[in-house]
Write a protein that binds this ligand. Structure first.
Ligand SMILES: [Zn+2]
Length: 206
């Protein structure tokens, strides 16, 4: 049991209906995360949820690229882009945070992915670093120095959020039991974790 420190924040990445098994971009096992994450809320005075929040027809959707199949690698405005199924369209049920996540325990929600021409895996920046969500300044303004990152998907939005946080100078822990990955290619999660460890992220397994 950790003690609550004003310097520590829990970052819950994209715990949204469309990423749950059965959803259009279902992450295997993601439906098992809620009780684990809720069980840790008491340890943090600052809890942030990120929320993927796309306009209809977002450029990351395979449906916007003639002939593209979900899961393929393509390009979006000059950047490599995985073609995703339509997901997390702003205002839809699929974009809502999962039922059971106590919204009154969230200090803030940061939305991302609203620019149709660039994807946003990280809770801090879009994939081209053209836009900044304001999360880093907001955390610093609260005196937060240490982040514990959980959510989905380990090999995409969790990875990018944790890496950016480390690059920005935060002390970062990725709590592995609270994360699940997509694994479009076998080994994607292991490679993501190796890269994060190299970037100075502490990956904890219990
Ligand atoms: Zn998305």
């Amino acid at each position: 049991m950790e003690t609550t420190s004003p310097e520590s924040a829990l970052i819950i990445v994209d715990l949204q209906n469309d990423f749950m098994p059965g959803g259009p971009l279902g992450v295997p096992g993601a439906d098992s995360l809620l009780p684990l994450i809720v069980g840790r809320l008491g340890g943090f005075s600052t809890v942030v949820a990120t929320q993927d929040w796309h306009p209809p027809g977002h450029g990351s959707f395979a449906s916007q690229h003639p002939g593209a199949q979900p899961g393929e690698l393509g390009e979006l405005d000059g950047l490599p882009q995985v073609m995703w199924p339509d997901h997390c369209v702003a205002g839809t049920r699929g974009a809502e945070l999962v039922d059971g996540l106590p919204l009154d325990r969230l200090t803030a929600v940061f939305r991302k992915g609203q620019d149709p021409r660039v994807d946003s895996y990280s809770g801090f920046f879009d994939n081209g670093r053209r836009g900044d969500t304001g999360l880093a300044d907001w955390l610093r303004g609260r005196g937060v120095r240490r982040l514990v990152v959980v959510g989905v998907a380990t090999d995409y939005c969790v990875q990018y959020t944790a890496r950016d946080a480390a690059t920005l100078g935060f002390e970062v822990e990725l709590w592995l039991p609270g994360c699940r990955g997509v694994e479009l290619q076998p080994g994607d999660v292991a490679r993501a974790l190796d890269g994060l460890r190299s970037a100075g992220v502490e990956v904890t397994e219990a």
